[in-house]
Unconditional design. Structure first.
Length: 80
């Protein structure tokens, strides 16, 4: 390989590493884990979701028929 090619590859890897460090890690948890984290029942969790106490896309997402909760958002909600 010539030096110019190596330099370009190094620049690309450097940019990729910078992007990886700037992207926040998204931790999705299931309903059972959300119940344990918040210390509430499944009925309460579902009620909060239906009454928009927990907001779609902010606190949880739907993947097909499954609902996954964003762990960090629930922790922030719990601490407020």
């Amino acid at each position: 390989m010539d030096e110019d090619y190596k330099r370009k590859i190094d620049e690309i890897f450097k940019r990729v590493n910078e992007i990886d460090h700037k992207t926040p890690e998204l931790s999705l948890i299931n309903e059972n884990d959300a119940v344990k984290l918040l210390g509430v029942t499944k009925v309460t969790l579902n009620s909060w979701r239906k009454s928009n106490v927990l907001i779609k896309q902010k606190h949880y997402i739907r993947i097909g028929r499954s609902i996954r909760y964003k762990r960090e958002e629930l922790l922030n909600y719990k601490n407020n």
